[in-house]
Write a protein that binds this ligand. Sequence first.
Ligand code: NDP
Length: 246
Amino acid sequence: MSTNVEGKVVVITGASSGLGETTARHLAAKGAKVFLGARREDRLATVVADIVRAGGQAAARKVDVTRRAEVNAFVQAAVEKFGRMDVLVNNAGLMALAPISKTLVDEWDRMVDINIKGVLYGVAAALPVFARQKGGHIINLASVAGHKVTMGGAVYCATKHAVRAISEGVRQEVDGIRTTIISPGAVQSELPLGISDPETSAAIEQFYRQTAIPADAVARAIAFAIEQPADVDINEILLRPTAQEL
Ligand code: NDP
């Protein structure tokens, strides 16, 4: 079946687990050429091998999104491998929830570095490529936490509000490219493992066990945004488990 995903080069950060991995597998099955990045190279290699074995096209390169030069090299490697880049999915993220009064400042720094600066470095690396190609698509993973502020989520929510602001700014200012914000509620992944505060971790694990939906739901939303005709830009998709109240 021919779709508007087939043949597109989709570059995904944070593709070693969770939403990024599932999205890579989903898009590759629809005929996209996927280029995967994260820090855990062994995990990336497994995903690439699975996709290739199933007849898809995939490659990977180690990247730490908090390092600007690495993000640049990652995007350049994707363009060298597949000849162009149609979509960049800025998906890498960290959710170190904790009461702000615990002042886990190192974790605040890491969330700002990964969730905000990582996205900005991706945008900076992509824009010259898209200018040369006269088109492209940036998809940024925000969250329900980018729409509201929840207990223990001051900094994480701040980073996800920032992702939405950055995405909307790019959309308004840069001609000819599409910008999509994906804002999920609770989705099964390794994200809760990023919580070091014991009470918050226990509460979130229970919430995820009761509520979270499979990562495929997000992969399908991303595919929906990509497969629209070039003159249609899906600006944001906000999706929750049906069972999620807040
Ligand atoms: P996971 O923890 O499963 O995946 C996070 C990914 O980010 C991993 O592949 C990890 O790879 C990568 N990553 C983390 N730090 C870095 C870094 N410095 N450089 C490069 N890659 C990095 O969680 P999810 O799949 O759930 O998270 C994906 C995105 O979705 C995040 O932005 C998250 O905030 C967002 N989101 C998730 C929701 C959920 O309920 N799951 C809800 C709303 C939004 P590695 O460790 O190998 O580098």
